[in-house]
Design a protein around this ligand. Sequence first.
Ligand code: SF4
Ligand code: SF4
Length: 444
Amino acid sequence: MRHLDLSLQLIPERAHATLDGLQKLGLGGVSIGLLLLVVSVMSGSTVQAGTGFGLVVFGALAYIVQTRNDGPPGIKNNFIMFSSIMSRGYLAWMAAVFMTGFYIILYFYPQHLKPLVVLVNPLQVWLSGSSAWDANGNMSQWFLYGFIYTVTILVMGVRALIKYRHSRYQILRTLSVMFFQLAFAFTIPNVLAKFNNGLYFEWANIWPLRYYELFPYSVEGLISSGGLGKFMLFWAVFSILILTPVLTYFFGKRWYCSWVCGCGGLAETLGDPFRQNSDKSLRAWKVERWMIHSVLVLVVVTTGLMWANHLYGGEILGTWSGRFSSGYGFLIHSIFAGVIGTGFYPVMGSRVWCRFGCPMAAVLGILQRFFSRFRITTNGGQCISCGNCSTYCEMGIDVRWYAQRGENIVRASCVGCGMCSAVCPRGVLNLENGPMNNRTGFQV
Ligand code: SF4
Ligand code: SF4
């Protein structure tokens, strides 16, 4: 009963007063850990980097586990719009600058991350058999990035498991994204690289999301690296031509966006506190449709150009197809997906990349819109127009608009996270798979 207070002026004050000893200790550990990480970047000390990283992880876990005592599970709507970090206040902007800054250092100034790379290098050597430093002494930061990405999903996944412990769907979905990130996106690709001449293949990243997977040099690299490489190439083609249409027909795009994909996994765990910040306007919906399909066209054109140039021995376009591909990689993959898509979670919501930029989401969306049994059914008679569903839809869908009319929701952008259903106080919304001739409410 700690939060039952109808006096709005008192609520923010109470929000801070409810922290107990372990929560304060956890937050203290996170703060000191971040401080040590900053110091390690300046001093180059691996000991400080390790201590800082450990304090951040264990401090966050201590705080998260202790929050299970903070009342009933689920989104409770308490304090969210009063919270600076969760409603685009100054703390949210500071967090966005911090996260964006991390991506800028990662992409453009990775030498500052050397203490952390040194820290995880023994694990890299043990898993993949290769070091972060090549024969010429050049350092690669990408194993470190995969490690931080995976640890973040696991830690924030624990938070999601505790928060949504009342919902079987949310528990299974969260366990799924944690498993796919740890096994298919991080561990297996590194271990298999050891047996495949260092060739790194991400099993859960399907073309066109992994845009260079079907480029000529990737295909030739896989073919020339033996039986395992050929199987990887088979998997790359099979996953986009067979697996994706079949699973999307039966389950909608949720099988990938909310259960498998690493970008979706990060959005559903690290991004969960910010899901209410997605833009719900009609203008955003229009921009979304233009942008996501334009990026898909760009990937297809880039892949086509690479193959055309390759087949004609570089005589048609010279180095232009390669430059086009590098430009796409820099602007869309690095800046859009990384710096903006993740760095701006606290102010733009958790699915900016999935909604406006991901070419895989565009493919899945077209399939979901026209060739899928998935829909969200609504029992309009029960809807009290509270708007919870629309508020917490991370894809910016005005779910209430459909619920009020009793229309099924068949939207290309819906990732089937199920949060609208979990947060509805009247049980109006259900995620279902059924016959296609029974779907109504068609809107792209
Ligand atoms: S409509 Fe519901 S299930 Fe679909 S993305 Fe929005 S909150 Fe998730
Ligand atoms: S569908 Fe449920 S959550 Fe959405 S407005 Fe109606 S009662 Fe509220």
